[in-house]
Design a protein around this ligand. Structure first.
Ligand SMILES: C[S@@+](CC[C@H](N)C(=O)[O-])C[C@H]1O[C@@H](n2cnc3c(N)ncnc32)[C@H](O)[C@@H]1O
Length: 143
């Protein structure tokens, strides 16, 4: 079962993914973990509306992801792969999502990753990127 309320923090990402999904392109979720983005997309879009490749280097995370997909009865459109995202080939990317994952990539590897994402994106494609930050102004940090 997919419970919609749990995915409110993905609302903006989902909206942007929906706007950017075009036939023949893929959504890549780099560092998918247990598949929160995919599950949130499943709440909003039918199985044939998007093709997603979700990558994570943690097998245990992906095992949970697969169980979630299975209990949601979702078998089409989403492929999960256990890979180091620095070494994966991407193509036909309409949207690449990197949510809370770049922090785990060594700084010296980040520019090359962003360049590869850029090269994989189709014209008009989007990179959606989220990261936690701490601002010296506490009020801004609390945002
Ligand atoms: C904070 S979690 C990501 C959360 C997820 N994007 C979400 O929105 O729920 C970071 C993930 O990055 C994965 N990760 C870290 N380094 C990686 C790498 N080099 N290749 C693939 N996945 C990696 C970790 O296994 C972890 O699941």
């Amino acid at each position: 079962m997919i419970r919609k309320g749990r995915f409110h923090r993905y609302a903006e990402s989902i909206q942007l993914v929906e706007q950017s999904c075009r036939p023949g392109t893929r959504v890549y979720d780099l560092g998918s973990a247990t598949g929160n983005l995919a599950m949130a997309l499943c709440c909003r879009m039918p199985a044939d509306a998007f093709e997603m490749v979700a990558l994570d280097s943690s097998r245990p995370m992906l095992n949970i992801f697969k169980k979630r997909l299975s209990s949601a009865g979702r078998f089409a459109g989403i492929t999960s792969m256990c890979r180091d995202l620095r070494r994966v080939n991407m193509e036909r990317a309409g949207v690449v999502v990197v949510n809370f994952t770049l922090q785990f990539i060594p700084p010296e590897d980040r520019d090359a990753l962003i360049q590869r994402i850029y090269e994989a994106l189709v014209p008009g494609g989007r990179l959606l990127f989220s990261e936690t930050t701490r601002h010296p102004n506490q009020a801004l940090s609390d945002l």
